[in-house]
Design a binder for this molecule. Structure first.
Ligand SMILES: [Zn+2]
Length: 315
């Protein structure tokens, strides 16, 4: 089964994705964006969160959920360092001796680590072995109709230290000013999860694990997403720039084969997704579509999704 989620969240004064520090200035990620104004197209630069940023957070949640279900997670992934068996040094920590066949290498890695099973890996040695991620995540971008109101602004901060008598007045170490660029926008992003890819070889298409373990891993993968959304634990600088706002809307589609919800950057994404799904039903494909907008909280839609997946025997 395939899960696709569209999320809209309001984030005011956030520093969720900082790209570089130049001197005392930390810069927020920005992307060019095509918007229509008075019938003309123009490019504006808007604050954004990279898919890499969201994927990192998701995998941290996945490691935690997997461990709480007593599922295997390798030491690197436990620490949130997603090297993903990239070379012999990292692979040998969990599989020794390293098998010679690509399918055997994949099998060993998948068995040893849920994060690499779900999030994929690239073993860049001889023979190279690649496993695509079972989850996909877009950049989080400002909702189109409001993109012109999205802003990023530097904020001045100062760090002070008490002067002792031996230090000279004006010493730079006693006071430091720095700027953190903050973003404010109504963001939208899409998250997809191919439940059929979990615990199954990308090389032979045969299951690597038994059915119970596959179901448990799918459960961890779904819970990790819900935890990430519910706790708003994604992105950087949460300790002092926890975004003011929260999730405004969630739309979830569960289908038998890959189907992606219309991007939540468009205002009519829920309606469009529903219409697209109805056509799918005409082809005889069963689905669940549920959304949480004004009077429904996101957790209610997410719970309905879990119940549907259980009823379908996917979890
Ligand atoms: Zn791992």
């Amino acid at each position: 089964m395939f899960l696709s989620v569209g999320v809209r969240f309001e984030a005011n004064v956030e520093a969720l994705n900082m790209v570089e520090t130049a001197g005392n200035y930390s810069k927020h990620r920005r992307v060019p964006y095509l918007v229509e104004e008075d019938g003309k197209l123009k490019t504006v630069y808007v604050p954004a969160l990279s898919g890499e940023n969201l994927a990192h957070a998701y995998q941290e949640h996945l490691a935690r959920e997997a461990l709480s279900l007593n599922l295997p997670v390798c030491d690197d992934c436990r620490r949130g360092e997603f090297y993903k068996s990239m070379n012999r040094v990292h692979l040998e920590k969990k599989v020794s001796p390293i098998p010679g066949e690509p399918a055997k290498i994949e099998e060993a890695i998948v068995k040893a680590c849920v994060v690499e099973d779900v999030g994929g890996f690239l073993y860049a040695e001889n023979p190279p072995v690649r496993r695509s991620s079972a989850f996909q995540v877009s950049y989080a971008l400002p909702v189109k109709s409001m993109a012109l109101f999205a802003t990023s602004e530097p904020q001045l901060h100062a760090r002070h230290a008490q002067m002792d008598s031996s230090s000279k007045k004006g010493n730079a170490s006693e006071q430091m000013i720095y700027y953190v660029e903050i973003g404010t926008a109504l963001y939208g992003f899409t998250f997809n999860l191919d439940l059929d890819a979990i615990g199954v070889s990308a090389i032979t298409s045969e299951p690597i694990l038994d059915e119970n373990e596959i179901k448990a891993r799918r459960d961890a993968a779904v819970k990790a997403l819900f935890r990430m959304l519910s706790s708003a634990q994604f992105g950087a600088k949460l300790s002092r720039f926890f975004p003011v706002g929260g999730i405004k809307e969630v739309a979830v589609a569960v289908t038998e084969h890959p189907f992606v919800v219309t991007s939540p950057i468009y205002d009519d994404y829920i309606l469009k997704t529903e219409r697209r799904l109805k056509v799918l039903k005409d082809f005889g494909e069963d689905y669940l579509f549920t959304a949480a907008t004004e009077d429904r909280v996101p957790e209610e839609a997410l719970k309905e999704t879990v119940e549907y997946l259980k009823q379908k025997g996917a979890l």
